[in-house]
Write a protein that binds this ligand. Sequence first.
Ligand code: BES
Ligand code: MN
Ligand code: ZN
Length: 457
Amino acid sequence: MLDAMLNKADPKQVPLHILSSAMFEGWLESVPEWLGTLVRAAGFSAKAGEFLLIPRSGKTPLALLGAGKAQNAYALGDASTRLPEGDYHLTFAPAALDRQDLALAWLMGAYFFERYSPRKRPPARIYIHAANASAARQTAEAIYLARDLINTPAADLNTKALEQAVRDLGAEFGARVNAIVGDDLLKKNFPMVHAVGRASVHKPRLVELHWGKKDAPKIGLVGKGVVFDTGGLDIKAAQYMRLMKKDMGGAANAMALAHMIMAEKLPVQLHMVLPIVDNAISGDAYRPSDILQSRKGLTVEIDNTDAEGRLVLADALARASEEKPELLIDFATLTGAARVALGAEIAPFYSDDEAIVADLQMAAKKTGDPVWHMPLWDGYDKMLDSPIADICHAAPGSMGGSITAALFLRRFVGDIPWLHFDIFGWVSKARPAHPQGGDAQGPRAVFAMLQDRYAKT
Ligand code: BES
Ligand code: MN
Ligand code: ZN
């Protein structure tokens, strides 16, 4: 619902005042007596989410929205569905709430996945004078793309359909897209992508997108594209399988970041590599104890076929490393352990590059896209030892599961600054700016970091 953001002021728009608890008493003093009396009598006290519409004779009504103790604009990201349908004009808001963030939060909250059933009501629309509406729309479009892809069930987003989505994205911005499909993965040396995906009638594939000028600094981008994760022969229990249409959330988040980079024409050379597979079960499924060859040359002993993400990512990270990017970024819905550690709202990230860590943490604060630094703890690396192969792909037991998964990936990354996200990509219960369903986690923070580094000023 990108048109939830209006481009122009209009006298027919309802003036909207956003009031925080701290400023409320002062505001009451400053307004005409009748208004103060009415607002008090209505019981409005500027608590978060409170809404009051005040009729005024011969004029549009006046709308009040409570911000409570909101520290940032994203806390108001449900306003477009909380306010009655109609057009508003932001006339007043606490200075602490950044106007550009308010605009983006409004659009993020206005999202609804309409592919299978229409939304119950249109979002309220707003004009915000001090915000750049097209910039907000550009970011929202990338986030909507990730959400749409994650929300689409695997019956309609099989491996081929996800490849097509990458092709569509490439076509929109003049990028070059190529795909290696099915048994060609063996010829082109992506043995682990093939092994994980070969059991499905929906062929595995490695999809690459190239964009940007040849002389610009190279950025590698990788995303886990498991269109559905049954767990393979180590089949998941029903309650854990239920959400596994979202297991391509890493690819969706990588695509959202690519969208932001290309729409903004950031002066970088983008190389996106997406391993896309369906982790299914059939007579030819890969098995626990199998030993796989990998693109990097390491032999990998399979512990549990449900740890499929790190296998397909390993070949993709090896491929991306071959191009020697100056920064390599990956997104993956990689482990349940990451959720146990941080819950669903915070995106855990791994990097040993101190500048990346500091820059990303700052960018995350600025953009309200929360991330948390996790350790690539060398001491746990030996948990991946295999008695008969170069490496085992999962550590015994579940201790530090997100860390050991990241350490496995590290073995396949060249000597390149690397940033890895182990995200959830899903909102179980709606909260402001985050409707229930698929979600982007990290791309806005990463993009802000890349803008600081690369944007021409
Ligand atoms: N896609 C899952 C991880 C996941 C589960 C992410 C739930 C978000 C929510 C991944 O492929 C997986 O199954 N990982 C296993 C690894 C284990 C077998 C070593 C896990 O985390 O249990
Ligand atoms: Mn799995
Ligand atoms: Zn998975």
